[in-house]
Design a protein around this ligand. Sequence first.
Ligand code: CNA
Length: 248
Amino acid sequence: MTDIEQLQKFIDESKNIVFFGGAGVSTASGIPDFRSPNGLYAQNYGNKAPEYILSSTCWKRERELFYKFYFDKILMNGQKIEPNIIHKKLAELESIGKLKAIITQNIDTLHQDAGSKNVYQVHGTTLTNHCIRQGCNKEYSIKDLFERKNEDGIPVCDCGSAIKPDVTLYEEKLPSDAWENSVKALKNADMLIIAGTSLVVYPAASLLNYFHGDKLVILNLQETEADSMADLVIHKDMKDVFEKIIVR
Ligand code: CNA
């Protein structure tokens, strides 16, 4: 049996699958990940590390730099990004009742765009943005961000304060509702597919400790620290793997 046949067998035998993914899920849609050889961390962005630019410290000290990077590399300058075969097959698996939840470290909206409903974004989302002034907190869309840039490139609320994306920056606390929903889904799961993540960002990576089912699959181009715990490890492009999975 090939590794993909084994994955198909696991999926066919399972009733409560949870998918835990990372940036590798969206690379086939044209959004670069962080830690692949051609990922954002290999690029030089004004000699500043992306970990710093996407931190709460940078948000407070160098908001112009934060937003320059955010518009360029996270919102891809407004370029239309479409869900790929991975997002689509996962949405199909949910629609037939096999996949119960997608836990994602991704901040893009591609799972929702593909039609998935139970998506827990443990690092927040680019979808919504809020004014930072307590007492205002007005919500804005991605489109609003582009339209509300001031001369420094920082989107500004009607009240004059900066608008901040609802993404979790380094040094910030994870959204508690997404975390609690993820833990609950993992505790009930009989199969966990971990894919497209280097599993080095904590506490998100520690979520897999809540899984007590009997089928743990790791699907990633590079090795991960959890490979030794898995029932099946596939080091292949997940797009090629998902293309072959039959939803039934
Ligand atoms: P990461 O650390 O960049 O790891 C990505 C992993 O995916 C690497 O180990 C790659 O080998 C693997 N990979 C990339 N493409 C494929 C592929 N086609 N098939 C199989 N494996 C592949 O990213 P993580 O998600 O682990 O790190 C968490 C960070 C990245 C989160 O905070 C995210 O918000 C952040 N991020 C998100 C996006 C997005 O929303 N699309 C993009 C870039 C970074």
